[in-house]
Design a protein around this ligand. Structure first.
Ligand SMILES: [Zn+2]
Length: 570
């Protein structure tokens, strides 16, 4: 497989590929962006096109393009190869039949089902009529491959006819074996929404019950309104977001994402021109969802019912969003129950509502400080409200944003900012629980020399002149670092180059020059101290004490080093 690996790396532009996941900005000859694997405010994710490598200095993950695909798409090595091979236009033939069965067939099956359901929709006037009555345009249905599942055994028979194995069809979550041992379609009498992964491959479906479908009317048990594919090796519910493959560009451009509950809300929002949208389906929002979105957006937009239950739901979700340092805005939908409803009734209103979304904290405060809630003179009540709101402010990760809302509270409540700040300090809490960054490195930190050497070599790798200069001090460096100076392919070189670009990439030349000088001096100073310690030890040894010449030699050496150290500090 080594040949395929090399071919993929050669043909696939690493930066272009990663850009479909992470917004990357140039940083010297490298690129940097917000890490898609952990939540962060400042970019720690560095990509070196020359090296064909990426590394995150926040969470320590790193590797090549294949490692990225494996980590991000949750693929095994052979599957990642196949996935990237397709992107690069390289046929990967080295998959064993067992590996083909494990992953490839699952993709093929979902794809065949998607085509089958889509064709069925246009042959079924009832299903099509239902979707149109909900306001969906045919272009939207076509774009998102909306389909129809007649059910029974229509899909199973079709897939068997195409040569698929029934066991695989079951494994893909498209069919079930019933009590009489017959294989039946999983989805029946439903409008079908294919769920695609980040790279627009169908991995699962959500089926929405079609109220008047014959198979539904004859059902003897109550059927769930929405039915999702089970999790499979290619479908992880808590990671996939509906529509993201098509909307991530718009999300990255606006740095804002509208999160809605289901496919209909998503499609209607999209249709009306709100393109920075995703839907969760089957699960609530998971930390993995939020992590994925955090790499693309700073602001989330949500809509909540305009009643007490809606407010509670918003408050519950807020801490979650805040823990990922999202700025949260709320869309007021007035009398409409959800975005799909609002778009159907009045597309202009919906677009306007999105534009006029207001900060969630502001929305919440406007509720609590309304005269009928914030009762003048009811001090215990006011204390409760203030503590409650301060608790919410506490969940914000940004101290700046915390301060903004405390100011706002002071304004609305008439309580002084100082008093609120004191109360805020008292309630404590677990604000600012940024994940402790674990540094993973191929290079061990042995001692201070290594620590300085590591920084120094990393810095030198950002500038050829530094590299030349540093070679003069090569003997002071631990061997592992000295080797890198002469051989850019030495072990650890790629990592240090990324580190250099992460730590020093944005410093202006003057500061970089100064840092370089400081580090060289520190390296020398550590070295002198070591030498000095050695000399002292020798001076104390019995052999030296017995020899005046040796004692004199060492004393001279001692003053030489001390002088050099003084010069260094001038
Ligand atoms: Zn990271």
């Amino acid at each position: 497989m080594a040949k395929e690996v090399d071919l993929i790396k050669e043909k696939l532009n690493l930066v272009d590929f990663l850009r479909s996941y992470v917004t990357l900005l140039p940083a010297g000859k490298n690129f940097k962006g917000l890490c898609p694997f952990h939540s962060e405010k400042t970019p720690s994710f560095i990509v070196s096109p020359d090296r064909g490598m990426w590394h995150c200095f926040g969470c320590g993950l790193g590797g090549d393009v294949i490692k990225f695909a494996m980590l991000y798409e949750h693929l095994e090595f052979p599957e990642a190869l196949r996935f990237l091979g397709e992107k690069a236009g390289i046929p990967i033939q080295t998959l064993s039949p067992a590996q083909q069965r494990e992953f490839g067939i699952l993709y093929d099956l979902q794809d065949a089902a998607r085509t089958f359901y889509k064709e069925a929709l246009y042959k079924n006037p009832d299903a099509l009529g239902y979707l149109k009555s909900r306001g969906l345009a045919e272009e939207t249905m076509d774009e998102f491959d909306v389909g129809y599942a007649a059910g029974g055994e229509t899909l199973v028979l079709h897939l068997l006819h195409q040569g698929f194995d029934v066991a695989d069809i079951v494994r893909a979550g498209l069919a079930l074996k019933n009590v009489r041992g017959l294989y039946r379609d999983k989805f029946s009498g439903r409008v079908m929404f294919p769920i695609q992964n980040q790279v627009s491959k169908t991995v699962a479906f959500t089926g929405r019950l079609l109220p008047d479908d014959p198979s539904v009317k004859n059902a003897t048990v109550e059927l769930p309104k929405y039915l999702n594919s089970p999790e499979t090796p290619i479908f992880n519910k808590s990671r996939v977001l509906y529509g993201l493959g098509k909307t991530k560009q718009a999300i990255a451009e606006t740095r804002a994402v509208l999160i809605v509950e289901g496919q209909m809300d998503f499609l209607m929002a999209w249709q009306t021109g709100v393109k920075n949208v995703v839907a969760v389906s089957g699960t609530g929002l998971t930390p993995q969802h939020l992590e994925r979105l955090r790499g693309l957006a700073d602001t989330v937009l949500v809509s909540f019912d305009n009643d007490e239950a809606g407010l509670r739901a918003l408050e519950r979700s807020l801490a979650n969003f805040h823990s990922f340092d999202f700025h949260v805005k709320v869309i007021g939908l007035g009398e409409f129950k959800d975005p799909a409803d609002a778009v159907l009734a009045d597309p202009t209103f919906f677009k306007q509502a999105v534009e006029w979304a207001k900060p969630a904290m502001k929305h919440i405060m406007s509720v609590y400080f309304a005269p009928k809630v914030w009762k003048e003179g009811d001090i215990p009540l006011q204390k409760r409200i203030l503590r409650h709101l301060l608790g919410e402010v506490r969940t914000l990760r940004s101290a700046v944003e915390q301060n903004i809302w405390i100011k706002e509270m002071a304004k609305l409540s008439g309580i002084s900012e100082n008093a609120l700040n004191e109360e805020f300090a008292e309630i404590g809490g677990e604000g600012g629980t940024a994940a402790a960054g674990a540094e993973a490195s191929v290079l061990p930190d042995l001692d201070r020399t290594s620590a300085v050497a590591k920084r120094l070599v990393a810095l030198a790798l950002t500038n050829p002149e530094f590299l030349v200069k540093l070679r003069e001090y090569k003997t002071l460096l631990p061997e592992i670092y000295a080797l890198i100076l002469d051989d850019p392919k030495a072990e650890g070189a790629a990592f240090l180059e990324l580190q250099g670009s992460y730590e020093f990439g944005e410093l202006d030349p003057d500061k970089r020059q100064k840092e370089f000088g400081d580090l060289i001096r520190r390296l020398q100073s550590i070295n002198f101290k070591k030498e000095l310690a050695g000399v002292k030890k020798e001076l104390r040894s019995p052999e030296t004490r017995g020899s005046d010449t040796e004692t004199n030699r060492l004393l001279n050496r001692f003053s030489e080093i001390t002088k050099k150290m003084n010069d260094l500090n001038q």
